[in-house]
Design a protein around this ligand. Sequence first.
Ligand SMILES: [Zn+2]
Length: 492
Amino acid sequence: MRIVIAMMKHETNTFSPIATDWQRYKDWGVYFGEDAQNAYENTGMPMAAYIDLAKEIGAEIITPLAAEAMPSGPVTGEAYAIMSDAICHAVADGCDAALLDLHGAMVSEETDDGEGTLLERIRGIAPDLPIAVTCDLHCNLTQKMVDNCTVLIGYKSYPHVDMYEVGKKIGKVLLDSLSGKFHPVMAWQQIPLLSQTLCQGTDDEPMKSLIELCREKEKNPKILAATIFGGFALADIKDSGTSVIIVTDGDKQLAEKTSREISWLAWEAREKFIYRPKPLKEAIQDAKAQTNFPVLLLDHEDNCGSGGTQDVMMVIKEVIDQGLEDVAVAAVYDPLAVQEMIKAGVGKEITLAIGGRFDMPSVMLKGKPLTLTGTVRTVTDGRWTVHGPMYTGVEVSMGPTAVFDTGKVQIVVVSFHHEPWDTGVFTSVGIQPEHKKFLLLKTRIHFRAGFAPIGKATIHCDGEGVTTSDNNLLHYKKVRKPIYPLDKGVNF
Ligand SMILES: [Zn+2]
């Protein structure tokens, strides 16, 4: 038996000014053939689970591609073609099944439905090919995706710490169905809800109960997989938003009924999926009043993990203006500032303009650098291996990296976008985060994977950026209407 196993991922923020070209994929890591297997085997990713399953049954493993890029604007036609060609050529060479590790919110220059278009093309080559797909919790599910695979499942955790487990579950369902043990059928439901990712943490309501309900449903041996997708509202495409998909063993009615039930509960909780902003000044005042440290300050409107430029200095400026001390910041994207620090050398004091390199026309913001005087503390190549619970075992790269120290605030400045979900973002540059008073993190929910165990309090800091949680700042043109909360009187 020959099994094609591949990973092709991107979460596309259509409001982001950052281009997602092939180089951006290379920055994170692109692997073909055996290199793809070597890079992701024994990690916490769905791809690793697929490889383990294929090995268990002694199948021949074909890994044409493993590619991911940090979230950003639409994927270029060139990058999309390289990735989908690699997978499609492997399928065309002949295989008995495909196990795909996708995201579900990829938009390219040519298609708003990156995954659906790929799956449709695969099915065009091999119409009866059994295909299993894992998607991120932030998948914007489409009819085309559902129509062109056999089984599909999403992560049940945000931060995403169950990627391997989910890959194993759906991969096993598919392989068991090859021997006739199961006859999978799917039903799905789109909810007219643009939920904020900031309100989708699975330790918080309403996602906590909705995920528990999915797990409860999966205890029924007829229900092979039950998924609720929070969706990714920062994509202005027709199918943006929350959805549910159920895989059952041959029982379409049960799939439909279960899908409707979970969807209805998500719809009833819709208000809790919307973030209520708070003035930044007050948030930093709250931080000053804290007595248990470290306190986590979330600069969630500039989260590169959702397509943010990671160079908006507004929250950092407020922290400095209000005189907070013993602060570590992860991270600011500014390759030019890193080069200036490398040129100056470790231990040297310099005055430097940091951040503000990108304009953000979609939210009518100009890039505003912040000029600071401080000391270059550390310079590294930015490479380290994740030991925490998310992306466990994966070597990540922040590109050339330097720490700028104002005396009160230490800023990790990076050359590749990197969301701080793991303490390695600090320890790799010699900062011990548990000993700081304040950790200012450009993240939303993923920080919990590495930082929840050490953080004594968490404060949302509403700055600016293209990962705003305020829908009123975003100008949607393509999303289906009516949809909550953009429109009034939406029915479901
Ligand atoms: Zn996600």
